[in-house]
Design a protein around this ligand. Sequence first.
Ligand code: UDP
Length: 449
Amino acid sequence: MAEQGEKRRRLVLIASPLQGHMTPMLQLGSYLHSKGFSITFAHSELNPPDPSNHPDFTFLPLPAKLSDTGGSSGFIQFLQALNDNCKPHLQKHLIQIIDAQKASSQKESIVIIHDNLMFCAGSIAGDLGLPSIIVRSSSAACVPAYRIIPQLHKVGRFPVEDSLLQEMVPGLDPLRYKDIPFIGLTTQQSLKLTTLFTSKTPPVAFLWNTIEFLEQSALTQIRHRYQVPIFTIGPLHKTSPTPSNSFLEEDTSCISWLDKQSPKSVIYASVGSLATMDAKVATEMAWGLTNSNQPFLWVVRPGSVHGCDWIEFLPEDLVSEMKVKGLIVKWAPQKDVLAHSAVGGFWSHCGWNSTLESVCEGIPMLCQPFNNDQFLNARYLSHVWKMGLEIVEERGEIESAIKRLFVSKEGEEMRCRAMEIQEQIKVAVSHGGSSQNSMDDLVKFILSL
Ligand code: UDP
């Protein structure tokens, strides 16, 4: 808590409009507000948060003139346009906040806390002489993986030739070339992305939505590289739970459906808020789920299958059979689903939030990464934490992977491992645990600025 008589801090949080980034930022804001800080929450007008869930925040919508996140191919242009659009508005508002402080008798010093995708905030903070802290909503292991790309490029190994894909990247154990985050992008695109994230004004600290024991080696490298405090405050949905902030409406009927299933019997399948796929890939998923004879809950996000509104690409007789064996919804209350006793496995695209949500509930995973850091997360799940199986897109192999997960010794071992990790996370987020300590240290650090 800010001491009485001590100068108060106004924290200006700048969120990005992606589901997997907005939710942790709101959770962080709630925690910091509970510690006595005033919170201004800046966000683009695309995918705004619901202010009624956070009545104590001052919300600052930034006009962005964007209608979607650009898909994976247009992501760099999207990020650039997002930052270019938001920058003048953010700058204007920050100057107003600074001027209001100067005129006020109740002095508050201002600290900027921004999502790493909102890099414009770092340079504005530098220009205005404000301290800035960067929030990272991806794994720590991404950093060494991103940083190696220019080096690989220099020695002619990026973009990666097909013949190298299965090989280990020297110095990047346990990653193979196929796990590098920017695989599929051109060299120019990859280098552009790495430079976009390098602020010309260094931040005073980083906040990471991760847990110390899970990513110790990557965190050591990051600390060595940045030489500023790195706070590992995750998983934020456990250290600071908040009301749901889904951009899409959650279909809560799936919870009563889960209530009727046997313990640990259901495979939950979802590819998150951004991944898209061809109807052929989605059809293989549908057959794999159906033929596994395991009850399933499948999220098909509207628009996630190219050229389709929802599931009209599936043959009618398959849909009828699926309705008997499982449930298909457009969007689920994922954290509640994963915490439900009927769920025994998660077939995921391995976005970082989904990964954290699954490890927190001790749910082993089937890993089907689509892009970016998902390949890297999948590699950690299968190879390091040993609680995931990498799967392919063909129905027969999907069916056998689901069976391996639910009814084999190997699956049982993965479940035990997932539950061990769950226990370690419970320790990390409880009093005296690494994440709780890091959150306390963060509060002290902000008060020291
Ligand atoms: N999510 C959800 N319902 C769904 C699918 C996903 O609430 O049906 C949430 C999930 O709990 C997670 C977020 O959406 O917090 C997805 O973030 P992640 O980093 O896993 O993937 P992204 O969407 O960024 O690819």
